[in-house]
Design a protein around this ligand. Structure first.
Ligand SMILES: C[S@@+](CC[C@H](N)C(=O)[O-])C[C@H]1O[C@@H](n2cnc3c(N)ncnc32)[C@H](O)[C@@H]1O
Ligand SMILES: [Zn+2]
Length: 346
């Protein structure tokens, strides 16, 4: 767990009326005890207490923490704190996250303005930034210390609250969000279906959900990523990170050369086990190398990497009571729909 000193620059929480010390009442209203689902009170700046079971939780740097400091997602904490800004559109100068967010969610600026939106597995907050820029009020949630990177990235942002929590034990009341999205996350959880099923309950009736997942492809067996992961997922994050940095330094010219082979280069470069976005995103040579280190680590480090089929995703969406379901491939496998409105009592 990355510890940071001081409370300066904590993103102003939802409702923005609160200072940096106590959590904003509007944010407190959304929270509940992940153990027994009862309400929480905040006796002081640095803790929350459950009104029913008495469990207490730490609040540090304005972020309530409902998980152990070390967990299976610690590699993500390291990567998002080391590459805190790399993939933010405001830093890269390219609308890469904005385009993915808009095309995957299908949501419009008019729908997002003033809406209460949950970002599940926010990482350093690249999509949080987009949702905020479109006028949403956002609760950004992550299991790892990526929440600290998210906080630093969005200092002073109006309408943002951050929480460190587990998708399997959400400290959020049912039926409170207008919208929720979960991008780049589900395949990295131990039980993808169960992680997906945790999402619809937090939505209001009629609330919209959008997720993406790695698609399960027969070609995955040819991809060295999945051979290497047998070893790399067990490596200590810091050691793997050093290895990836050295690997990218050596393999970068090779990957560039292979990728430039006419017609087949872009497919062929998958054989070189580093991520190369040349020709995919209009990034500078320096940015391409940073993205290569970040996403090669992101490819080799996670404890779980479990692609899914469109059929599975659609089945989970249907049986969770979603309506207006759309499932399609756009790089990732995307699923979106709405929570059915409750039928009026007869
Ligand atoms: C590949 S990153 C994606 C981050 C961000 N959504 C993005 O696309 O930049 C996956 C994130 O999922 C988070 N994550 C993994 N398991 C989780 C869980 N059980 N609950 C909440 N977040 C989780 C990780 O900590 C990590 O930050
Ligand atoms: Zn409780």
């Amino acid at each position: 767990m990355v510890e940071r000193e001081g409370t300066g620059g904590v993103a102003r929480p939802l409702g923005s009326g609160g200072g940096v010390s106590m959590l904003d009442p509007a944010f407190m209203d959304l929270l509940c005890c992940p153990a027994c689902r009862s309400g929480l009170v905040q006796p002081d700046e640095s803790s929350l207490r459950c009104t029913a079971c008495g469990e207490s939780y730490v609040v540090r740097d304005g972020i309530p923490r409902f998980v152990p400091a070390e967990n299976y997602a610690s590699n993500f904490g390291l990567q998002w704190n080391l590459f805190r800004q790399t993939q933010l559109d405001s830093f890269s100068g390219q609308p890469i996250s904005r385009r993915r967010f808009l095309s995957y969610t299908g949501w419009t600026e008019a729908e997002l303005r003033g809406a209460l939106v949950l970002d599940v597995g926010c990482g350093a907050g690249r999509f949080t930034e987009v949702a905020l820029s479109l006028g949403a009020r956002v609760v950004a949630l992550d299991y790892s210390s990526a929440v600290d990177a998210c906080r630093l990235n969005h200092q002073g942002a109006e309408g943002l609250s951050i929480v460190q929590a587990d998708i399997y034990r959400l400290p959020l009341k049912d039926g409170v969000f207008d919208r929720a999205y979960c991008l780049g996350v589900l395949q990295h959880t131990p039980d993808v279906e169960r992680a997906f099923r945790a999402l619809p309950p937090v939505l209001k009736d009629g609330g919209a959900l959008a997720v993406d997942i790695y698609p399960k492809l027969w070609t995955d067996v040819l991809w060295p990523k999945y051979w290497l992961r047998h070893a790399t997922k067990h490596m200590k994050a810091e050691r793997l990170f050093a290895t990836v940095r050295t690997g990218v330094r050596w393999l970068w010219p090779v990957s560039l050369a292979v990728g430039r082979v006419p017609l087949v280069g872009r497919k062929l470069r998958y054989v070189i086990p580093i991520v190369n976005y040349e020709g995919v995103y209009p990034l500078s040579p320096e940015q391409l190398k940073d993205w290569a280190v970040l996403d090669t680590f992101d490819m080799l480090g996670p404890a779980f990497d479990q692609p899914q089929t469109a059929g599975s995703l659609e089945g989970w969406m249907r049986s969770s009571g979603l309506e207006g379901i759309e499932v399609f491939r756009s790089g990732f496998l995307v699923g979106r729909g709405r929570k059915a409105k409750a039928q009026p009592q007869k």
